[in-house]
Unconditional design. Structure first.
Lengths: 110, 115
């Protein structure tokens, strides 16, 4: 199988930093995406990693370790509007197919 | 300005009926997808078309039939609807199928409720 594992839910405080982890099976790995999905809305693209290391984009960063089958999404200076589900998705050697994890429901509290 | 659009947004119907969901993208992308998101928010690929040709066909009942009249449109027809078909169906598109070109843009979703 191609299980993508991430925590079901997390809670953090406004202004804080939170790290959402994702693990996946490494065989045939071709790239990893992070998406954000607010309740009742469509997923929207946050980041893409294919090489080891950290990609930074404003308050959001994403890290990848190909050998460990591990990624994380780091959210800094949390805002209330960051409350959403964060989806980790992996592509394998199968022509564009994204395999999604179950999503991590993040609640940001004042 | 809508990039990926779907109609209808909501669909409530009786078991056994046949229904269609339409999807259009104005991004000039070559590849389009259908995903199903169940009540546990798990998003799963169903089909993918590249330049009107089927390239991904997951283990989906043959009651589901996608049709791509041109590369900007991908419709989903569902025959003999069942209770378990109730979900949110998302259409998506991407420029290509590898690397950064595989960044997928999602439509707003169609919430299907089968009674």
């Amino acid at each position: 199988g191609q299980n993508i594992d991430q925590p079901t839910e997390m809670t953090a405080t406004e202004g804080a930093i939170v790290q959402i982890n994702c693990t996946y099976q490494t065989s045939g790995f071709n790239g990893l995406f992070w998406y954000q999905q607010h309740a009742g809305e469509a997923p929207t693209f946050l980041s893409y990693n294919v090489l080891d290391g950290l990609e930074e984009k404003g308050r959001f960063s994403s890290f990848l370790s190909r050998s460990k089958g591990y990624s994380y999404l780091l959210l800094k200076e949390l805002q209330m509007k960051d409350s959403a589900s964060y989806l980790c998705a992996v592509t394998y050697n199968q022509g564009g197919k994204l395999i999604f994890g179950q999503g991590t429901e993040l609640s940001v509290k004042p | 300005d809508t990039a990926v659009s779907q109609t209808p947004k909501y669909l409530v119907t009786q078991m056994g009926n046949d229904k269609s969901i339409k999807c259009e993208q104005n991004l000039g992308h070559d590849t389009m997808y259908w995903y199903k998101q169940d009540s546990k928010k798990f998003l799963k690929i169903m089909f993918s078309y590249n330049n009107k040709e089927l390239i991904i066909n997951e283990t989906v009942p043959n009651r589901f039939s996608p049709k791509s009249p041109d590369k900007a449109h991908l419709n989903l027809h569902i025959n003999s609807l069942e209770l378990g078909d109730s979900a949110v169906y998302f259409c998506a598109s991407s420029q290509g199928t590898s690397g950064y070109y595989n960044e997928q843009f999602f439509g707003p979703g169609t919430r299907l409720t089968v009674l």
